[in-house]
Design a protein around this ligand. Structure first.
Ligand code: 1BN
Ligand code: ZN
Length: 333
C-alpha cells in the first residue's frame, strides 16, 4: 500500500513537473531576461542629434533633427506620425512612434527632443547633449533592441517645446501638455504607465526618486535597478518635485515616473551641455532597466496566468496536495 501511495505520488509529481516545464519556458525567459541595450549605440544617437546644433522650437535645426529621428524609428520598423500644434505662433511638433498604429499601448515612453534657447537669465542649453539628446538617444536604442513581442506594448513620444520656460512669455512642457489634451477617455484609461527620460546621460549619473512620480511605478523601476546591481545610479532618496513632461500625465490620472538627474549638473542650461559630459555607460544602465521593465510588463500582461511566479508556486502546491489526497484515498480502499 505504501508502495502504491509512493508510486501515485511520484507519478503525480512527475506529471506536475512535465506540465510546469511545458508551460514555463516563456515565464522563465521573461523573469531572467538579460538586457541587450547597447550604450555605445545610444551614445552615437546622442552625438548625431548634437551635430545639428541647438534645436529650439520652430528652428530648422529641430526640423532636421526630427526627420533624422523619424527615419531611424521607421528603419527599426516603427510607424511614425507627427502631432502638430501651435504655441505662441510657433509651429511645434511631437513625434509619435507606434509599433501597431491600431493598438492602445499601455506603456508610454517619453523624452523631449527640443533644446532650450538663449534667454535673459541663461544662455540656453546649446546642443543639449544631456538636456534633450540623452532621453531621445535612449528611446531610439530601445526602439531598435526591444524584443518584437513587447513592442506593441509601447508608444514612444518625443515632445517638442519642453524647455523654453520663462523665455519670451513661454511656459514649460508644452508638447506633453498638448499630447495629453488630445487623449480621449478610452486612450487615457488604457495607459498603465508613462516613463519620462530627461537628463539620463551624465557621466556621473545619479537618479533620485522624483517626488511627484507615482510611488508604485517608481518602486517597480527601482526594484529592477537593484536586481541589475544599479543602485549606485538609481539612488534611494527623494528630490523634487520637478516640473517636467510627466506632469500632464499625472494631472490626467495616468501613473507616471520622471527619471531625471537631480540636483541638476553645473552645466545645466549652459553652452557646456555637450556630449563629453555624457557617457555610453550611463545610457546603458538606464536603458537596461527600461528594457527589463518593458519585457516584464509584457510577461505580466500575458494571457497565461501562470506567468506570475507566485501563482505558479500555488498551482504546484495544489497539485502536490491533490496527488497526496488521491494516494491516501487509494490506500484506504
Ligand atoms: C528639465 C530639463 N526641465 C528643464 N530642463 C524642467 C524644469 C523646469 C526643471 C523648471 C526645473 C525648473
Ligand atoms: Zn532644460
Amino acid at each position: 500500500m505504501v508502495c502504491l501511495m509512493m508510486k501515485s505520488t511520484w507519478t503525480g509529481l512527475i506529471a506536475v513537473l512535465i506540465v510546469t516545464l511545458a508551460v514555463c519556458p516563456l515565464n522563465l525567459q521573461q523573469i531572467s531576461h538579460h538586457p541587450i541595450f547597447n550604450g555605445e549605440d545610444a551614445y552615437t544617437y546622442l552625438v548625431e542629434q548634437c551635430d545639428f546644433g541647438p534645436r529650439p522650437p520652430g528652428s530648422d535645426n529641430l526640423s532636421l533633427c526630427r526627420s533624422m529621428i523619424a527615419d531611424k524609428l521607421e528603419s527599426f520598423g516603427w510607424n511614425v506620425s507627427f502631432q502638430n500644434f501651435t504655441y505662441k505662433e510657433v509651429q511645434c511638433v511631437n513625434i509619435i512612434g507606434q509599433w501597431n498604429s491600431q493598438s492602445n499601448s499601455p506603456i508610454v515612453l517619453g523624452a523631449h527632443y527640443d533644446t532650450r534657447p538663449p534667454g535673459a537669465s541663461d544662455p540656453g542649453s546649446g546642443v543639449g547633449a544631456n538636456d534633450g539628446a540623452s532621453g531621445v538617444a535612449m528611446l531610439l536604442e530601445l526602439a531598435d533592441i526591444l524584443p518584437e513581442e513587447s513592442r506593441s506594448l509601447v508608444e514612444i513620444v518625443l515632445f517638442d517645446a519642453e524647455d523654453s520656460g520663462g523665455i519670451s512669455g513661454w511656459d514649460w512642457i508644452q508638447g506633453s501638455t498638448y499630447y495629453v489634451s488630445q487623449l480621449n477617455n478610452e486612450r487615457r484609461n488604457s495607459i498603465n504607465a508613462m516613463v519620462l527620460l530627461d537628463m539620463v546621460g551624465d557621466i556621473n549619473l545619479q537618479l533620485p526618486r522624483e517626488r511627484s512620480s507615482t510611488a508604485s511605478l517608481q518602486s517597480h523601476i527601482w526594484m529592477i535597478a537593484e536586481e541589475l546591481g544599479y543602485n549606485a545610479t538609481f539612488i534611494d532618496s527623494y528630490r523634487g518635485p520637478i516640473i517636467d513632461d510627466h506632469r500632464p500625465f499625472l494631472d490626467a490620472g495616468i501613473p507616471a515616473v520622471d527619471l531625471i538627474q537631480v540636483p541638476f549638473p553645473p552645466y545645466w542650461h549652459t553652452l557646456e551641455d555637450t556630449p563629453d559630459k555624457c557617457s555610453a555607460e550611463s545610457l546603458e544602465i538606464v536603458g537596461d532597466v527600461l528594457e527589463v521593465f518593458v519585457v516584464e510588463q509584457a510577461s505580466e500582461l500575458s494571457v497565461f496566468p501562470l506567468d506570475s511566479p507566485i501563482l505558479l508556486v500555488v498551482a504546484v502546491i495544489v497539485c502536490v496536495v491533490l496527488v497526496i489526497l488521491i494516494a491516501y484515498a487509494k490506500l484506504k480502499r
